[in-house]
Design a protein around this ligand. Structure first.
Ligand SMILES: CC(C)(COP(=O)(O)OP(=O)(O)OC[C@H]1O[C@@H](n2cnc3c(N)ncnc32)[C@H](O)[C@@H]1OP(=O)(O)O)[C@@H](O)C(=O)NCCC(=O)NCCS
Length: 164
């Protein structure tokens, strides 16, 4: 079975990433936005999962003091359900622990069940709702929060429900 490796994203990846961005997000970022993110080494960390020279997933996180914020996460259509997104998040957790980061936050569309399941499995819990978060759809976003314990296993199965 083919597998993938994870490396830091580079400027040259931007066109491939735009392909995933347009395929997977109803409100895709522009190329310039993505380039600015990838090249901001001060507060961002963008990683890509690469299989046979093809980028099959990417994750962008931002550091704010001792917090990691997930800015974006996407898997190439046709490569979902294989653990690509999970592996990118596990890699980010490892790096975050080394930086002394203690928690992670993110916003996810209220209707995005697939992503929510993934995040809940990794220990995220819902802590609030941002009304009309998405510019075009006006959909609400759930705010999710996870503690990053120094010795935590990020693949530990945790599935809190919305009313837990
Ligand atoms: C959400 C998204 C990033 C998930 O990516 P993914 O690579 O499919 O995620 P994973 O494979 O790591 O995990 C997804 C599921 O596949 C399952 N899975 C993992 N490895 C698997 C394998 N080898 N075989 C079958 N299923 C597997 C996982 O158990 C997980 O199930 P769960 O969600 O019920 O817990 C992807 O669907 C996507 O790009 N969506 C559009 C963009 C988006 O919504 N991004 C998030 C914005 S907040």
């Amino acid at each position: 079975m083919s597998t993938w490796t994870i490396r830091l994203a580079e400027r040259r990846d931007v066109n491939e990433l735009m392909g995933i961005e347009h395929a997977q997000f109803p409100e895709p970022w522009t190329k310039n936005m993505l380039l600015e993110e990838i090249t901001n080494e001060e507060t961002r960390r963008y990683t890509v999962a690469v299989m046979k020279d093809t980028i099959i997933g990417y994750l962008g996180v931002m550091f704010v003091f001792d917090e990691l914020h997930v800015n974006t996460l996407g898997t190439l259509p046709g490569f979902e359900g294989r653990g690509v997104a999970t592996s990118l998040l596990v890699d980010a957790w490892r790096d975050a622990r080394e930086r002394g980061v203690v928690r992670a936050t993110l916003e996810v569309a209220a209707s995005n069940q697939r992503a929510q399941e993934l995040y809940f499995r990794l220990g995220f819990q819902p802590v609030g709702i941002r009304k009309n978060y998405y510019e075009k759809s006006h959909e609400d976003a759930l705010v999710l929060w996870a503690d990053i314990e120094p010795d935590e296993d990020p693949a530990r199965p945790v599935r809190p429900t919305l009313d837990s």
